[in-house]
Design a protein around this ligand. Structure first.
Ligand code: PDD
Length: 279
């Protein structure tokens, strides 16, 4: 694999950043994941816009223009002959002596990008639908900034796996915020798609924005309102969205089957319609 690091392309074994990089020492870094299908980037402008917002919220210097970032994405897809998978991008505050205070202005940020291939759009979990465990949302209060502080989501995913489940949904004040690395939705008994409104408590998913557009085109009603685990258990359907999962059905939460325990028709339609916009 060829990896991009600060202006140059390297074989992955030679792609390196400093041990003093603040991304390594402080998780002082933001990231984006852009799906690639048939060698084409999905929703790139959205990912770039969110990257800009994350950088601005953390006073991180911009390492490159949108056009430069797009060109590097395309170059990596080409050099790695990537047909299906994603491009990962991270921007860190760069290399400096270990100090909680940010380094002085002018310190160069680090910009790293690599590709990751996947074998198929379909996965066995997506085909049968995901089984979810709920866990308390113990993350920090600015989940709208896409930082690389992913330890708690990683712990939550492992907790779900230990229970024989596929993933975890975070719960705060009795309501579902989102998944470990995806946005969460239910389809109510009335047939309305419900998902939490945007705020500081969830990531503003780029696939979520696309889902809203696709739902509109299919004349499906969407309400931005939180839901509880009990409401999810009593819902007709549930699903998640992310750049990695696209739209993936959820069939169980905390041991209770949702609907008939099989992927629901609305989730399946939305998945197909979203993937159609991508191909
Ligand atoms: N995760 N919520 C969280 C906490 C996420 O980490 C993600 C994305 C999403 C969905 O956002 P989007 O639709 O823009 O991918 C929601 C990425 C894919 C990851 O960490 O791998």
């Amino acid at each position: 694999r060829i990896v991009y690091v600060n202006g140059a392309y390297h074989p992955e074994a030679e792609a390196k950043v400093s041990v003093f990089d603040r991304g390594f020492l402080f998780a002082d870094a933001v990231y984006e994941v852009t799906a690639v299908i048939g060698g084409r980037l999905l929703d790139f402008p959205g990912h770039c816009a969110r990257l800009r917002r994350s950088l601005a919220e953390l006073d991180l210097p911009s390492p490159a223009t949108d056009d430069e970032i797009l060109a590097i994405h395309r170059e990596l897809v080409a050099r790695n002959a990537l047909d299906l998978g994603h491009v990962y991008l991270t921007v860190t505050r760069g290399e400096a002596d270990r100090d909680f205070a940010y380094p002085k202005a002018g310190t160069a940020p680090s910009l790293v990008m690599f590709t990751q291939a996947r074998a198929s759009i379909e996965t066995p979990e997506a085909e049968r639908g995901l089984r979810i465990a709920s866990v308390p949302d113990l993350r920090w209060g600015r989940r709208d900034i896409k930082t690389v502080q992913l330890l708690y989501p990683s712990m939550a995913k492992m907790q779900a796996k230990r229970q024989g489940k596929d993933d975890a949904w975070f719960v705060e004040n009795g309501e579902v915020t989102e998944g470990t690395s995806n946005n969460a939705y239910i389809v109510t008994r009335e047939g309305t798609i419900r998902t939490r409104a945007l705020g500081h408590d969830i990531l503003h998913g780029i696939t979520r924005a696309a889902l809203m557009r696709v739902a509109g085109e299919l004349d499906l009603r969407v309400e931005e309102k939180p839901f509880t685990v009990a409401e999810a258990q009593g819902a007709r359907e549930a699903f998640i969205t992310s750049a990695g999962a696209f739209v993936t059905p959820v069939v169980e939460i905390d041991g209770a089957a949702i609907g008939d325990g099989r992927p629901g028709p609305i989730a399946r339609r939305l998945r197909a319609a979203y993937l159609e916009t991508a191909i």
